[in-house]
Design a protein around this ligand. Structure first.
Ligand code: SME
Length: 160
């Protein structure tokens, strides 16, 4: 049994630090990328409040393909440049979207999603996946969340 869990009322900076520590510990020494992505999605879900979707899309043959996640069933394939995930992957930059309805081409996998954070996972200079977080609350994510998930992406890039 794993006992990774946040404490009630923890400040956001601590949540991200603890999420990073838990993610690093849980994936340490495990070579299977699918197992690691599954546990990472579960950890993100556990540590960050107010999410309705958390998971991975993997870059396969030039398009994004759904990976392990927590949330409702989602779109399976996303073209590069399409939607928030495809934009993050095509530009290799974090997409912080306070209002998904205002994002041109946003792909609505879950109608409940109101804001979104997508962070590319980069290995050897190439985008190999994106981490996608959705929230039912508008403007749920801020720069601290973006930096936190970017640190996570950097830490796990060689483990997925
Ligand atoms: N909203 C995303 C699609 C993936 S789902 O949110 C799980 C997008 O616009 O790329």
């Amino acid at each position: 049994m794993f006992t990774f869990a946040p404490t009630d009322g923890q400040p956001k900076a601590e949540l991200h630090a603890d999420l990073l520590a838990a993610a690093t510990a849980l994936t340490d020494g495990e070579p299977d990328g699918v197992a690691n992505m599954a546990n990472l999605a579960a950890l993100i879900w556990e540590y960050l409040p107010d999410l309705n979707w958390a998971g991975f899309y993997r870059m396969i043959d030039g398009e994004l393909v759904l990976g392990p996640f927590v949330g409702k069933p989602a779109c399976i394939r996303i073209a590069l440049g399409s939607g928030v995930c495809g934009t993050a992957a095509a530009t290799a930059t974090t997409q912080l979207v306070p209002d998904v309805h205002a994002f041109p081409g946003h792909i609505a996998c879950d109608a409940a999603s109101r804001s979104e954070l997508v962070v590319p996972v980069i290995r050897d200079g190439a985008v190999i996946a994106v981490i996608d977080l959705d929230s039912p609350s508008p403007a749920r994510f801020d720069e601290d969340d973006a930096r936190g998930i970017e640190s996570l992406a950097l830490a796990i890039a060689s483990r997925i």
